[in-house]
Design a protein. Structure first.
Length: 111
């Protein structure tokens, strides 16, 4: 009978640890999603402090796809926006290129 009580106590502790870990996981996922909805500068400021293993553990890609999906759909006209040139000397407006030539935006490093 003594071993049954010890087993029950250890199971209660294990369940509490699992519940705490699950709650922490949900909170971290919610925080990550909230940060993904922020402007890119703020998101980058937070993400530079996130260790790489967290990207393996947290569902980064599904959260990103939902947080950044936006209202645009395939085949629709892209929303207009201004973009600064890489040398910070000029501003470009997407609508100024419409009907002239295709426009391609590349995000990330191209070096």
């Amino acid at each position: 009978m003594r071993y049954g009580r010890a087993f029950a106590d250890s199971m209660k502790i294990a369940l509490k640890v699992i519940a705490l870990a699950a709650a922490a996981y949900v909170v971290l996922c919610c925080f990550l999603f909230a940060m993904m909805a922020q402007p890119p500068g703020r998101f980058a400021g937070v993400m530079k402090h996130v260790p790489w293993p967290a990207m393996v553990i947290l569902p980064f890609r599904p959260l990103w796809n939902v947080a950044r999906s936006g209202p645009a759909r395939v085949g629709e006209m892209a929303p207009d926006f201004d973009l600064e040139s890489t040398d910070h000397q000029d501003q470009f407006r997407l609508s100024s290129l419409r009907g002239q030539k295709p426009a391609v935006l590349v995000f990330g490093s191209y070096t």
